[in-house]
Design a protein around this ligand. Structure first.
Ligand SMILES: NC(=O)c1ccc[n+]([C@@H]2O[C@H](COP(=O)([O-])OP(=O)(O)OC[C@H]3O[C@@H](n4cnc5c(N)ncnc54)[C@H](OP(=O)(O)O)[C@@H]3O)[C@@H](O)[C@H]2O)c1
Length: 247
């Protein structure tokens, strides 16, 4: 199968590309580092020529709802319309467990993306909990010298390799609108994840956890980001992931 991975240079994208190649798929990576800016539709149809399925794992670094909505609607719209013209039969988008319910800030953009994908006959939405890498990603975004202010977020972190395998299984099948979701085996806070990464790296940063205000903050620290009754539960614990990272 010829597969395009939009965002194939990112944290989960790199893992998907490697796993797809191991399955024998021919992979096209779409990202700015590969010369493709998906906020523009220019030349996209040619990049998608002969592609059977697209897996979209692009992202934008923002907590602003309007910026997130603008990015995800635009990139998704461009991928779907160029895909239609090129004859792509399946578009799989990775969203986040809880994004439809939280529906504000960054998650507002994920919900907007989901709605566009769910309305398309070629679309499937897969939702994942935070990746094990999320503690580190949060530190990179919140660290100010020796201090990092981290919002209180309860999560059920999952390994990107297990997310990649699920996305590939889905992409190899037929479009189904609402697709499966996946989370990891244990519940922890993002501050705990950040402290564990810092300890392994022997970096001295004080992680200060704070509750975000309003319904948004209640969503983050409640149960909304955790596995649902029908979610796939991955087997890789945070400690196992940390040990692999160290090795
Ligand atoms: N991180 C998590 O814990 C988590 C959990 C569940 C779901 N998700 C979802 O999974 C997806 C991927 O997350 P991630 O953490 O792997 O993201 P990431 O590491 O930030 O990677 C983002 C990717 O998007 C590409 N990109 C950004 N702007 C682009 C543009 N204008 N045109 C083309 N490519 C662009 C980046 O490549 P260039 O910079 O080269 O353009 C990169 O390959 C996101 O949609 C996110 O919502 C993430």
């Amino acid at each position: 199968m010829r597969l395009a991975v939009a965002g194939g240079t990112g944290v989960v994208g790199r893992t998907i590309v490697a796993a797809a190649e191991r399955r024998g798929h021919e992979v096209v990576v779409l990202s700015r580092a590969k010369g493709v800016d998906l906020t523009s539709s220019s030349g996209l149809e040619q990049h998608l020529a002969g592609v059977d399925a697209v897996i979209d794992v692009t992202s934008v670094l923002t907590m602003s709802g309007p910026k997130s909505v603008a990015f995800f609607e635009r990139v998704t719209g461009n991928l779907l319309s160029a895909g239609r013209a090129a004859g792509v039969r399946h578009h799989v988008a990775l969203s986040i467990i809880g994004a439809p319910e939280i529906d504000s800030g960054y998650y507002g953009g994920k919900r907007a993306q989901e709605l566009v994908v769910l309305a398309d006959p070629t679309g499937t939405v897969v939702r994942a909990a935070q990746f094990h890498e999320f503690g580190l990603q949060t530190l990179e975004r919140t660290r100010l010298g020796p201090i990092a202010m981290v919002p209180r977020i309860r999560s059920q972190p999952v390994s990107t390799s297990e997310v990649a395998q699920l996305l590939l299984d889905v992409a190899e099948g037929e479009p189904r609108g609402e697709g499966p979701s996946i989370a990891g085996p244990e519940v922890m806070t993002v501050a705990e994840m950040a402290r564990l990464v810092l300890a392994v790296r022997r970096e001295r940063v004080r992680v200060i956890e704070f509750p975000m205000p309003g319904a948004f903050g209640r969503g983050l620290r409640g149960d909304l980001l955790l596995a649902r009754a029908d979610s796939h539960i991955g087997g890789v614990t945070h400690d196992q992931w940390l040990a692999e990272e160290q090795a």
